[in-house]
Design a protein around this ligand. Structure first.
Ligand SMILES: NC(=O)c1ccc[n+]([C@@H]2O[C@H](COP(=O)([O-])OP(=O)(O)OC[C@H]3O[C@@H](n4cnc5c(N)ncnc54)[C@H](O)[C@@H]3O)[C@@H](O)[C@H]2O)c1
Length: 358
C-alpha cells in the first residue's frame, strides 16, 4: 500500500489498543508498516476485538497502565520515545458516566493531561492525535450540524469530560510556544462508530448482537433518536491522515502548526434514527426480539456534525455509506456466530477493501 508513507516504520504509541476502535487502528497501522506500541487496561469485555482478532500479535510492545496514573504514563512514554501518539483510551460510554462521573473525568480528562504532559517532555514525539467525540458540542437540539468552531459543552458526564479534555488540549496548544516546544496536538471528533468487534454494554450494535447470539430481547431506549453512524474504518482513515501529516512534518508547516480540531462525520443522509438501524440489521443479519423502555437519563435526540473542513483540507470523506457500513458490521458479527476463527482474516479483508476504495 502506498498511502500514508510516513507511517512506515514509525513508532506509534496507541492508547486504548485493547478496545474496539483501538483494535481496528492496530490492524490498519500494521498494514501500513508502523511499529505499534499499546498502552491500555486489559480487555474490558469478553469476548473482545483484542482476543478475537489477535491484536497482540500486531504489537511491537504493550503495557497495561492506568492512563490516570501520571508517573507510570510519564515514565513509560519517556522510555518508549515514540514518534507520535494516537490517544483512544477512555471511559467512552454515556450511561456508565452517570454511574461513575469521577472515574469518567479521571480517565478522560486527567488521563489526557497525563499523556499531553508525557508527550511534551519527550522530545521524540512530533505530535498527538486525541480522539474525542461529536458529543463535545453544546447541543441545543436545533438539528443543525456543528462545525469545529461551535461552542463546546456536554449534557452528561461523558460528553462534558470529553469537552473538558478539549479545553485542556487548547491550553496545551497555546502554551507550547512558552515551553519552546514544537509539537502538534490534533483532536478528532467523530460520530457513532459501528463495525465488528464492539462488545461494549449500552451500545446499540453490541446489544443487538448479544440479543441475537443469546436469543434474548433487546431493550430500545430512544427509537427515534438520530445519530451520525459511520464505519470504524472511515474514522481510522481520518486518524491516519492526521498522523501521516504530523510524521511527515506537513502540519508543522501550516498556520495551525500546533494542531487543531477536526470533525469526521458521515453525510447528512447517513444520520438515521435507531429504528432504521434495527430494521436494516434485521435484513442484513436476523430480526431481534425488541422491547421498548424510556431511558431515565438524558440522551440527545439529534446530533450531526459538519465535516467539510476535513473534506476540504485533508481530502477525507467516508468511503462507505450507512448501508454499506451496516452490512459490513452484520457480516462481522455473523462470522462471530458461525466461524469465530475467521475473524482476524475477515477484519484484514474488510480493511484492505476499504483502503482500496478510497
Ligand atoms: N465507539 C464510539 O461510538 C465512539 C464515538 C465517538 C468517540 N469515541 C471515542 O473513541 C475512543 C475509543 O472508543 P471505543 O468505543 O473503541 O472504546 P472501548 O471501550 O472499546 O475501548 C476503550 C479503551 O480504553 C482503555 N481504557 C479505559 N480506561 C482506561 C484507563 N483508565 N487507563 C488506560 N486505558 C484505559 C481500555 O482498556 C480500552 O483499550 C474513546 O476515546 C471514545 O470516547 C468512540
Amino acid at each position: 500500500m502506498t498511502l500514508f508513507p510516513a507511517l512506515k516504520d514509525a513508532n506509534i504509541l496507541v492508547t486504548g489498543h485493547s478496545g474496539f476502535t483501538g483494535g481496528w487502528v492496530c490492524h490498519v497501522l500494521k498494514q501500513f508498516g508502523a511499529q505499534i506500541h499499546g498502552l491500555a487496561l486489559p480487555p474490558l469485555t469478553h469476548p473482545s476485538m483484542f482476543d478475537l482478532t489477535k491484536v497482540e500479535t500486531l504489537l511491537t510492545s504493550q503495557k497495561w497502565i492506568d492512563i490516570a496514573h501520571d508517573k507510570a504514563v510519564l515514565d513509560h512514554v519517556a522510555d518508549l520515545k515514540p514518534d507520535a501518539i494516537l490517544h483512544l483510551a477512555a471511559q467512552p460510554l454515556v450511561l456508565p458516566s452517570y454511574a461513575d462521573p469521577i472515574g469518567t473525568f479521571r480517565t478522560n480528562v486527567l488521563g489526557t493531561v497525563n499523556l499531553l504532559e508525557a508527550a511534551r517532555k519527550t522530545a521524540s514525539v512530533k505530535g498527538i492525535v486525541v480522539i474525542t467525540t461529536d458529543k463535545v458540542y453544546a447541543n441545543s437540539e436545533s438539528g443543525l450540524p456543528f462545525n469545529e468552531g461551535a461552542r463546546l459543552g456536554g449534557h452528561d458526564p461523558y460528553s462534558a469530560s470529553k469537552a473538558a479534555a478539549e479545553m485542556a488540549i487548547d491550553g496545551y496548544r497555546l502554551s507550547l510556544p512558552s515551553w519552546r516546544r514544537q509539537m502538534v496536538i490534533d483532536t478528532a471528533r467523530g460520530g457513532n462508530i459501528i463495525g465488528g468487534g464492539d462488545w461494549s454494554e449500552h451500545r446499540l450494535i453490541p446489544d443487538y448482537a448479544r440479543a441475537i447470539l443469546n436469543n434474548k430481547p433487546i431493550t430500545i431506549r430512544n427509537p427515534r433518536a438520530s445519530r451520525p453512524w459511520q464505519h470504524v474504518l472511515c474514522l481510522v482513515h481520518g486518524y491516519l491522515i492526521l498522523l501521516d501529516r504530523i510524521l511527515s512534518g506537513e502540519t508543522a508547516q501550516t498556520a495551525k502548526s500546533h494542531g487543531e480540531a477536526w470533525n469526521f462525520g458521515p453525510a447528512a443522509t447517513d444520520c438515521v434514527p435507531v429504528q432504521t438501524v434495527l430494521e436494516k440489521l434485521a435484513c442484513y443479519w436476523s430480526p431481534a426480539d425488541l422491547t421498548f423502555e424510556r431511558g431515565e437519563q438524558y440522551e440527545a435526540k439529534n446530533l450531526m456534525i459538519n465535516s467539510s473542513k476535513a473534506a476540504q483540507h485533508l481530502g477525507w470523506r467516508p468511503a462507505y455509506s450507512f448501508d454499506e457500513s451496516l452490512a459490513l458490521t452484520a457480516q462481522w458479527y455473523k462470522t462471530y456466530q458461525l466461524n469465530p476463527d475467521d475473524l482476524q482474516a475477515l477484519t484484514e479483508t474488510q480493511l484492505i477493501q476499504y483502503f482500496e476504495k478510497i
